[in-house]
Design a protein around this ligand. Structure first.
Ligand SMILES: [Zn+2]
Length: 327
């Protein structure tokens, strides 16, 4: 076990990266795991140059963000060279995809001419799992992934998420962002760009880490979600309600979900691990966490340098926002 850092919540002098409000508070240091074998050289260099940063909470727009962050050019260099073997999921192994597919099948069951755009489509597993009668499009930065998408017959309309060209604005019934929000330096603005593709009456589907889940409040910058340097921000119910109110949107669906489906027993152990790890950082709980570390299934935590990896817990949020018609 490494040093014990206490959780701090005090006024910070860092402005919100998205809304620029000075009303932010610090949540503590982000902690990256040791560089693992296979980590791309470019990523190792960025970690060496920038460190892991600290986590802040904006009391104006309710965004939780890492600061300092990688710059746009550094992020673009990371994603443009990312091979598709990284973060590959099967169609049933991503809970947000399953929830969204079910919602789409129900909501658009009588629709034959749906136009759907997946931002950050990666190797196209989600798009490829949808009804073939729907027209599927992608925004995707990875050159490797774009080749795969085009081989599947999916049109890639842009490499990066930005405001749509005039011919693409308000032409899609549905725009999806799965595991993209947390990679955006200014996610509120990124959502506005994505929303600009949506037709009035159409829907934006977003899934990301839920800042209101107890594990983020408990583990802060040691949460597994911030083990990746590219994960810059997370939202939550308050963030999305606030965003929708300011962008002519209306939330029609909201579900907490785990990143991957898991058995009850796995969820229980990840809960125990997370409780124990966070308790080690809090004086009033430390004695209980030290006792818990004597239990055989939790002993492995003694050798960790970062919080437990727990993608089985329902620490994500899937939100669907309808775009109101122009009045
Ligand atoms: Zn803010």
């Amino acid at each position: 076990m490494t040093q014990s850092t206490s959780v701090v919540e005090s006024p910070a002098s860092v402005e919100c990266v998205d809304c620029q409000s000075p009303r932010t508070s610090i949540w503590g240091d982000c902690v990256l795991p040791p560089a693992r074998p296979g980590l791309p050289q470019i990523e190792r260099e960025f970690i060496a140059a920038h460190g892991s940063g600290q986590l802040y909470n904006c009391q104006n727009c309710h965004l939780v963000f890492r600061h300092p962050q990688l710059g746009d050019a550094e992020l673009q260099a990371l994603y443009a060279t990312m091979p598709t073997r990284r973060w590959r999921y099967e169609a049933e192994a991503n809970t947000a995809w399953t929830l969204s597919r079910d919602w789409l099948a129900q909501t658009y069951r009588d629709t034959d001419s749906l136009r759907l755009l997946d931002v950050g489509a990666f190797d196209g597993v989600f798009l490829n799992s949808l009804a073939e009668k729907w027209s599927r499009f992608a925004v995707e930065p990875s050159a490797d992934a774009r080749t795969r998408l085009e081989a599947m017959g999916i049109s890639v309309i842009d490499h990066w998420l930005k405001a749509p060209r005039s011919g693409d604005a308000e032409t899609f019934d549905v725009v999806t962002l799965f595991d993209v929000f947390e990679h955006l330096r200014q996610p509120g603005r990124g959502l506005a760009d994505a929303f600009a593709y949506v037709k009035p009456g159409g829907h934006l589907i977003v899934s990301t880490g839920n800042a209101e889940h107890w594990t983020f409040r408990w583990l802060r910058g040691e949460h597994w979600y911030f083990h990746a340097l590219q994960h810059l921000t997370i939202g939550g119910g308050q963030f999305f309600r606030n965003w929708a109110e300011h962008h002519q949107g209306h939330i029609v669906y909201q579900a907490r979900h785990p990143h991957i489906p898991a058995r009850y027993s796995a969820r229980c152990w990840r809960t125990m691990e997370s409780l124990t790890w966070g308790g080690l950082r809090r004086p009033g709980y430390r004695i209980f966490s030290k006792l818990a570390l004597r239990m055989a299934p939790l002993r492995h935590l003694r050798h960790r340098t970062t919080g437990p990896y727990a993608p089985e817990l329902a620490d994500h949020l899937c939100v669907i926002i309808r775009k109101e018609s122009h009045s």
